[in-house]
Design a protein around this ligand. Sequence first.
Ligand SMILES: Nc1ncnc2c1ncn2[C@@H]1O[C@H](COP(=O)(O)OP(=O)(O)OP(=O)(O)O)[C@@H](O)[C@H]1O
Length: 283
Amino acid sequence: MTVEPQAIADAVRPSPRGPVQPDRRNPAPRGRAVSASPAAVQFLHVVKRYGTTMALDDVSFAVPRGEMAALVGPNGAGKTSILEMIMGLRRPDAGSVLLDRRGGRAGPTAPTALRIGAQLQDSRFYGQMTPHDYLRLFARLEPGGISPESLIADFGLDAFVDRRIAGLSGGQRQRLALALSVINDPDLVILDEPTVGLDPIARQDFWALIRRLHDGGRRTLLFSTHYMEEVRSLATSVLMLSRGRLVATGSVDAVVATARGAASLDEAYATLVGQGTITGAAA
Ligand SMILES: Nc1ncnc2c1ncn2[C@@H]1O[C@H](COP(=O)(O)OP(=O)(O)OP(=O)(O)O)[C@@H](O)[C@H]1O
């Protein structure tokens, strides 16, 4: 999907607190300081509530351009809220969401020319349409993007491109959703749990597709996942969330080092997220 510049502008709000400063009450997460380098995405003291639920509690981080950043944390930690805010689908209650911003100065910013592609958790398709129908439709909406033919070849859609989506497997639909996420040739790609529900072999096939989206760092990728092996295999940096707060950021090694005594990312997750054991499929 593409987010209109205005939607992004709507999501960008000046920080009530001004530039990022060491915050004595809420220090930056351990592992790596908030980056001041050119960032594709920057959150400054973002707060998001849904009624009485505090989904994001003073979250600050930066994803430099060209990174493949993994967003991890247990169910309800706030991952989708972050991704949806980047896409302009939700607004922060406080703080700023800045896109494609050079430097770390907080304040109003012009609409960005950054092109965003996204694959959301609940990509819903009309069952009567075929992948080919979708690719042609999106190509018309995104003139100058990547051609349907290239995407069919790159994402291995040939075998089912003319079948009705109602009859496709979950993995085939996810493959289509990934292809559609880059049809506008985006600079920034957002993937919300792109491999959820896939069998182990299909998941590893998807890693190759996700690397293709990243294109050697030509694009910035931010993906959420519960699979630590996926983080180890794909991510150049990690954002670890627990109960709406960032608990560690940085490279996999930096995050492991953040959790004293942890010998692996899985152990670091267990320690920092504070559950003692790793839930779900995060092993
Ligand atoms: N529309 C909403 N209305 C009320 N509460 C919401 C809404 N969306 C999210 N929440 C709550 O906000 C918190 C963060 O939710 P979010 O979906 O961002 O977490 P998540 O890390 O993506 O979870 P999951 O791994 O289960 O997808 C949760 O407590 C969730 O119940």
